[in-house]
Write a protein that binds this ligand. Structure first.
Ligand code: AMP
Length: 422
């Protein structure tokens, strides 16, 4: 028989990892709800066209990274490579523009990209996604940025900073793109093949090329900040004023354009120091044109996606601890067939009363059961033998002190409730 392994670029999140996941999820959801975000769950797969249109056919995500397949009905479907297109699709489909605006939505779940796997880069990973739909206000951009800031700060990340840029709008960007192209055409012999190609398909992306030979060309490229229209410049200035007011450090980064086509105006990333190569822990921005691209009403919006694997890797790199997920405090040991039945009944009663209980399985000696209770980290072992059963009691051992107490079966739940704080 072949031995199966998980697909390349995927992770098994084992029980011992789950304390991180629970902690991060709970923290993220608490922050989102506190700022008035409501949860939305959208399908894991959508029509391929939604992503091709929404994200942009010439982006890396759409060109190279989508998991696309035909279902048995011949429909082309794609596993979501990100949340925004699906969330905006749902906003339009359910007529959410008639609700009080803006609508604030959060999602959390797996996304899929055929990426080159490496540390912090997977093919199935999880994102926390936040969107504010239906407002132009730079205060919404700020709110999204502060929320992810608090997400990382509250999880113990140090050395946080924003990278910030504005990529303009359909009014000012085309002229800038022409300027950038003519600048690049003058340096075409100095740039990599990828950039030569991008220059035709997705010119802004030349600015975030990582190839060494392109760096001097990027450094000297005209910055988009000098070519924004009044509306974009004003929006950007207001956002920076807010950030200054709140004392949040940011670096203006004219190379920051991000991979997805739908961004307008604000784009930003959060960087964390000391977590290695993948310093960008999350990225987002404004996408005022997306709803229209997807056939909906004009809906200015801003959002962010944070990768949860990268958060957890970062927490480990920065040696941030999380509270453990405690095992059931009570272990039920039994000797003899009738005692076994009573133990099963008690386990059920304890769980119903809200007390975690582990029932020993099988017929085994006391020593073996106590060893198991110890390994499982139980605080109390309830031991029932035939003698105890005859007297209507159980022997309860406090595993920390070794002290043993006889407790009436009728009182047992209350007795343990008091001691386990349930
Ligand atoms: P993006 O949707 O590309 O803006 O990515 C948003 C965030 O998702 C990034 O900042 C990372 O935290 C995370 N991310 C993106 N791609 C991957 C990947 N292949 N593996 C793990 N996390 C990722």
């Amino acid at each position: 028989m072949p031995r199966f392994q998980r697909p390349t670029g995927t992770l098994d999140i084992l029980p011992e990892e789950q304390s991180y996941w629970e902690h991060v999820r709970a923290h993220a959801i608490r922050l989102a709800r506190r700022a008035g975000f409501e949860r939305i769950d959208v399908p894991v797969f959508e029509a391929t066209d939604l992503f091709a249109r929404g994200i942009g056919a010439a982006t890396d995500v759409v060109e190279k990274e989508m998991y696309t397949f035909n279902d048995k009905g011949g429909n082309s479907l794609t596993l979501r490579p990100e949340f925004t297109a699906g969330v905006v699709r749902a906003y339009i489909e359910h007529g959410m523009h008639v609700r009080p605006q803006p609508v604030k939505l959060y999602s959390i779940g797996p996304v899929f990209r055929y990426d080159r796997p490496q540390a912090g880069r997977y093919r199935q990973f999880h994102q926390l996604n936040l969107e504010i739909l239906g407002t132009q206000d730079p205060a919404a951009d700020l709110e999204i940025m502060l929320l992810v800031w608090d997400l990382y700060a509250g999880l113990g990340f140090r050395g946080l900073s924003f990278q910030l840029n504005s990529t303009g709008c359909p009014r000012c960007r085309p002229a800038y793109v022409e300027l950038l192209k003519s600048y690049y055409h003058r340096h075409v012999d100095q740039i990599c093949d990828d950039c030569r190609r991008r220059l035709e398909t997705n010119p802004l992306r030349v600015l975030d090329c990582k190839a060494a030979q392109c760096q001097p060309v990027i450094e000297a490229a005209p910055p988009i900040g000098d070519h924004l229209c009044d509306e974009c410049a004003d929006h950007f200035a207001q956002l920076r004023e807010y950030l200054d007011l709140l004392g949040k450090p940011y670096t203006l980064n004219h190379r920051l354009v991000r991979g997805l086509d739908y961004y307008t105006k604000t784009v930003f990333e959060v960087w964390a120091a000391g977590i290695g190569a993948q310093a960008a822990v999350c990225g987002g921005g404004r996408y005022d044109g997306l709803a229209e691209i997807l056939g909906g009403p004009s809906t200015p919006a801003v959002g962010v996606a944070a990768g949860l694997e990268r958060i957890i890797l970062g927490m480990k790199a920065q040696e941030v601890g999380v509270p453990p997920l405690p095992p059931p405090p009570v272990f039920l040991a039994h000797l003899g067939p009738e005692a076994r039945q009573e133990a099963a009944r008690l386990a059920d009663g304890l769980r119903r009363a809200g007390i975690g209980a582990w029932l020993a399985f099988g017929e085994r000696g006391l020593k073996s059961q106590l060893r198991e209770a110890n390994k499982r980290g139980a605080s109390y072992v309830v031991l029932i033998g035939e003698d105890e059963l005859a007297q209507g009691v159980a022997a309860v051992r406090d595993m920390r002190t070794g002290e043993q107490t006889e407790v009436g079966l009728a009182e047992l739940v209350g007795w343990l409730q008091e001691r386990t704080g349930r």
